[in-house]
Ligand binder design. Sequence first.
Ligand code: ADP
Ligand code: TRP
Length: 329
Amino acid sequence: MKKTILTGVKSTGIPHVGNYFGSFKPSIEGAKAANMRSFLFIADYHALTTVKCAAEMKENVNEIACTWLACGLDLKKTAFYRQSDVPQIFELAIILSNVTPKGLMNRSHAYKAVVQDAVDAGKDPDVDVNMGLFCYPILMSADILAFDTNFVPVGQDQKQHVEIAQAIARSFNAIYGSVLVVPEPKITKDQATIPGLDGRKMSKSYGNQIPMFAPEGELKKYIMKIVTDSSLPTDPKSTDCVIFDLYKLFATDDEVHVMKSKFENGIGWGEVKNELFRVANRTLTPLREKYNYFKSNPEIVEQLLQDGAKKARKVAQKTLDRIRKSIMG
Ligand code: ADP
Ligand code: TRP
């Protein structure tokens, strides 16, 4: 039997170069290598805890779907779907809530962080807590358990959620027998942190990002904004800088080698930036073209998501039939 690998992504605005190298690219390469049944979905109902505007919800889902497709997700190997298109997940969430101790939810970091923020602001602890947030780990467990998932690749911040899914699966199995597969988190090694235009971690929160799909002219402008020192073109330069870090991501080994010796012998920042633009644009152009294609063909994206949902529903229904039998006879 093939093992199953599954992960979900919440849609988080316009993707940047840090997201590409830290998340999209390694996930797609990981899925290629694995000889596994693979599921990748957009966790739109998880976003409901905070996003309350239909237009924003739709735009966020579309953005993330187009990005995954532009990055070359292999749709033959991976069922790619929108969580809300698979109702079996929500039925399972209700079932699981009946074997989930409230205390387990009380300990969830994500919920506790929201409570702590309210307390720090001198407000009622529960003022910003809706039941979607409180029960978030149950829905996430249903996402995972509905597909008999063996492995869940996630960042360190999501490890506790997968451990909660394990605990819920075990408490279900303790009552009904070995019905649910207990999943394992696969913690993605901390990817190197990609620096932003000002040298801090590239992040939406710092506004220092290079958008993945910026048109060529804009991409060039972003690169020209990278902060450099005031050394002269003839001065040797340290490779310990944002420009060189970004260059290494986009350039071939040979190009990096040549650039390194130019840094040692002296090169003007203008020339380095032009060269960085050249290699960045070389990598990003095919992605941008695919992204623009999917952006302007929403019916194709929708069709692909529907195809994925169909596959996902079939698998989830089989699991649910087994679960229903164990609880209802
Ligand atoms: P942001 O910090 O811009 O809000 P997110 O927190 O939405 O980014 O990150 C989405 C994914 O991209 C995560 O898997 C995260 O680890 C990865 N990521 C974000 N920024 C970087 C970065 N500067 N370097 C490497 N990976 C990053
Ligand atoms: N909670 C995850 C996040 O915020 C997204 C997610 C939802 C997920 N369901 C999942 C991840 C199931 C892995 C498996 O990033």
